[in-house]
Design a protein around this ligand. Structure first.
Ligand SMILES: CC(C)(COP(=O)(O)OP(=O)(O)OC[C@H]1O[C@@H](n2cnc3c(N)ncnc32)[C@H](O)[C@@H]1OP(=O)(O)O)[C@@H](O)C(=O)NCCC(=O)NCCS
Length: 188
């Protein structure tokens, strides 16, 4: 029986495909994953290829039997949800106090352009230039790490940080990520 994809509000559960192999291999070869599992590291590429091929060839679902599925973002189908990304995060300090937080994906072969996941400055310290200074440092670091661009997404409406990003050269890509405007700043 073919497995028809299941769509929820946020996710699509679909049968595995051969081109899922990179994400599959990264996950299995990740120490933080493997320590809770029964396989040894390194999880070789050959094992990844073989396991993915087996998952793709699976029939079913069949009562009482396991079945591999791939979980992707419903709005960004090329984004496999459990694909491993390494977080990079820092507190933002000003006048000897912690006033904010920044978290992004670390530059890696799989994710060459950092995605700014979380960025906030305490309400009492906003509009003092702290966010801009933190973004300057973040973008500078991304360039130093060899990134060609940085990505972000923001909610529209009252209180939206859109003006901050637009003034700094972030350009909406046309993509909507979980209801948010996705934008990219390419480094010259
Ligand atoms: C977005 C945020 C981090 C900006 O930090 P900040 O320290 O206030 O930023 P700055 O003081 O450097 O602001 C620089 C400029 O960006 C623009 N800006 C920043 N926040 C804005 C907002 N909420 N609405 C409109 N413009 C804004 C303004 O042009 C501002 O310059 P101005 O004060 O001279 O007008 C902060 O407002 C925040 O934490 N917001 C809530 C969480 C959030 O939306 N995070 C972003 C997720 S993508």
């Amino acid at each position: 029986m073919p497995f028809a994809p299941i769509r929820t509000e946020r996710l699509t559960l679909r049968p595995p495909r051969l081109d899922d192999v990179d994400a599959f291999h990264r996950r299995r070869d990740g120490p933080e994953v493997a320590r809770y599992q029964n396989w040894e590291l390194p999880y070789t590429r050959e094992r990844g290829d073989a396991s993915t091929a087996r998952a793709v060839a699976m029939d079913g679902p069949t009562d009482g039997e396991g079945r591999s599925i791939t979980v992707v973002d419903a709005e960004v189908p090329d984004h496999i949800v459990d694909d491993l990304v390494e977080p990079w995060y820092r507190a933002i300090g000003a006048d000897g106090e912690i006033v904010g937080f920044v978290m992004a994906t670390e530059v890696s072969d799989a994710h060459p352009n950092p995605y700014l996941w979380r960025f906030l400055v305490d309400r009492m310290h906003q509009r003092r230039g702290i966010g801009s200074a933190a973004l300057d440092q973040f973008e500078h670091r991304c360039r130093d790490q060899g990134a060609a661009a940085v990505e972000v997404s923001w909610a529209e409406g009252p209180g939206s940080p859109a003006p901050l990003y637009l003034a700094r050269g972030y350009e909406p890509s046309g993509r909507i990520d979980n209801g948010e405007t996705h934008a990219v700043k390419a480094f010259a």
